[in-house]
Design a protein around this ligand. Structure first.
Ligand SMILES: C[S@@+](CC[C@H](N)C(=O)[O-])C[C@H]1O[C@@H](n2cnc3c(N)ncnc32)[C@H](O)[C@@H]1O
Length: 351
């Protein structure tokens, strides 16, 4: 098989040149836990043909060390990956989005990290390199995927704790955490993540409100049980189970047609904040209403290299939701107005 070290260096160079990757510790982690260890034997980006490790090892490595997400599961495992059609429900995320979220996380040696959405185990392995295996707990909702991640991790010298359970509940047993890192997108930030993070700790998650683009959300937890932060860029990820948006089927749905003077290009090319404000407004005026975005395989998108774009939605803070745009370009996460935050039953530990 071709030179993995060379391919890793080339990947690091490309990510750095594009502005995704600046931190030396993340570069080191990429060298220490090579991506191909976590890649499926039949690599498929969700488009085009499948490339088999056995019959085309060089082409397989090229794909693995490119910057595409590789699909590892369809329809929560109900459809065989070879079938070629289905909803993408797990993947080895694209390198650029992985490093982009890791840079935002700013994890340091010794930090306790909760990783949500183990998938192939690659991000759990990278985090283990950054903070030490003993400090990483990675939660995956799908037992079969967690099992495969465990097998992948056995080929490395890191050993994060793997847990099978609903990552929305966090993992109380080893809380509090310094960092929460999610690689499945949420439309509502689970309050358990705030509860299980120490004041000053950081939560980084893809945020997909169901309108327009998906965003990288970075929150800092406050001593009063809230979390405040902003949007650093785009990040397209698979949705967390239970938070998936319904399929959009316009047939038979009540609809209203209106006209506007707004040039669609002003919306199409508007900054991220416009998306967020509109998404918020859609839900505020018509609960249950939503708009679709073009689905993309997990892990595409990512932060625009360079200064983070403005993220200030003009809408007022939400009254009862757990996340709502604040007046100064921040996003605030707090318990619902209904009272205490959701109870956090422990997930099942499979490790
Ligand atoms: C894009 S993949 C994660 C990629 C992974 N970090 C990697 O490096 O390969 C998203 C994963 O989130 C998992 N997931 C979805 N909902 C979840 C939940 N409620 N709790 C934990 N994991 C969840 C999916 O099963 C899927 O494996």
């Amino acid at each position: 098989m071709g030179d993995v070290a060379q391919r890793t260096e080339a990947l690091i160079e490309r990510l750095a040149a594009a502005g995704w990757l600046t931190q030396a510790s993340i570069k080191e982690a990429l060298r220490d836990v090579p991506r191909h260890v976590f890649a499926p034997p039949v690599a498929w980006t969700g488009e085009g043909g499948r490339v088999r490790k056995r019959s085309a090892p060089e082409a397989w490595l090229d794909l693995v060390y490119g910057d595409d997400a590789l699909i590892t599961q369809l329809d929560d495992g109900a459809t065989d990956l070879a079938a070629g059609a289905g909803h993408f429900t797990s993947s080895l995320s694209a390198s650029s989005t992985v490093v982009s979220l890791l840079e935002l996380l700013d994890a340091e040696p010794g930090h306790r990290v909760l990783d949500v959405g183990t998938g192939t185990g690659w991000t759990a392995a990278l985090l283990s390199r950054l903070v030490g295996s003993e400090n990483v707990v990675s939660v995956e909702v799908d037992p079969a995927i967690s099992e495969r991640a465990a097998a992948n991790l056995k080929q490395t010298d890191v050993s994060p704790r793997l847990v099978v359970g609903d990552g929305a509940r966090g993992w109380t047993r080893e809380a509090p955490y310094d960092r929460v890192h999610a690689t499945c997108a949420v439309a509502r930030v689970p309050y358990a993540w705030v509860e299980q993070t120490r004041p000053g700790g950081v939560i980084v998650t893809p945020y997909a409100p169901g309108f327009g683009s998906s965003h990288e959300l970075r929150l800092v937890v406050m001593p009063d049980g809230t979390a405040v932060g902003g949007f650093a860029g785009y990040a397209s990820y698979m949705m967390m189970r239970k938070q998936r948006h319904p399929e959009w089927d316009p047939s038979g749905r009540p609809a209203e047609r209106t006209t506007t003077d707004v040039d669609p290009r002003t919306i199409g090319y508007a900054p991220a904040g416009a998306d967020l404000a509109m998404g918020r407004r859609c839900r505020a005026c018509a609960p249950g209403a939503y708009a679709t975005a073009t689905p993309t395989p997990c892990g595409s998108g990512g932060r625009t290299p360079g200064p983070a774009p403005a993220t200030s939605p003009a809408a007022s803070p939400s009254r009862s939701s757990r996340a709502g745009p604040g007046p100064s370009g921040t996003w605030r996460c707090r318990p619902t107005s209904a009272g205490s935050p959701t109870a956090v039953p422990a997930a099942t530990d499979s490790a």
